[in-house]
Write a protein that binds this ligand. Sequence first.
Ligand code: AMP
Length: 180
Amino acid sequence: MRILFLGAPGVGKGTQAERVGAALSIPHISTGEMFRRHVGSRTSLGLRIEEILDRGDLVPDVLTVEMMLERLREPDTVNGYILDGFPRNLAQVHALDGAIGDYALDAVLVLEAPNEVLKERILARGRTDDTEASVSNRLDVYERETAPLIHVYRERGLVVKVDGTGEIEEITAKILMALA
Ligand code: AMP
């Protein structure tokens, strides 16, 4: 299965994508994690993007798309994958369509939670880009650039919505049921 997880920062996408990937035996591919690894190991890409991540802005599409398309050519993706954090804007949707085909995704899982829950979870997690300014910027960027993708994928008949509030295990079970 090829599944895309969409949802606001703090909604639990990463946590759930990891658990659902393990349950379905497919890799969880997170652009945010890949970028953070580059920053941590101080690669040339990492040095270029460190400030962008700290501000909560989007990394330029050329860099993001190249890294992702390379990742999607790895052999562990043959039976599917969970995309977490990519695509995040329309240009990236088109790049993904060009690489795997417009109808290659099986489902787009949208996780939802009220803003208070998002902020609470982000502050509890304490990543280096979880400052107040960065968090509020990321919520804005999500609304402006990423939320419109829900509409695009709804028109393709792919959107499945799941309530992201409650216990981690419970949410995973709901997602697996929704995807079955
Ligand atoms: P995340 O772990 O998904 O919250 O992503 C952390 C940060 O990585 C984001 O705030 C962006 O700066 C960057 N990032 C992750 N995915 C993308 C993407 N698809 N396009 C551009 N920037 C991204």
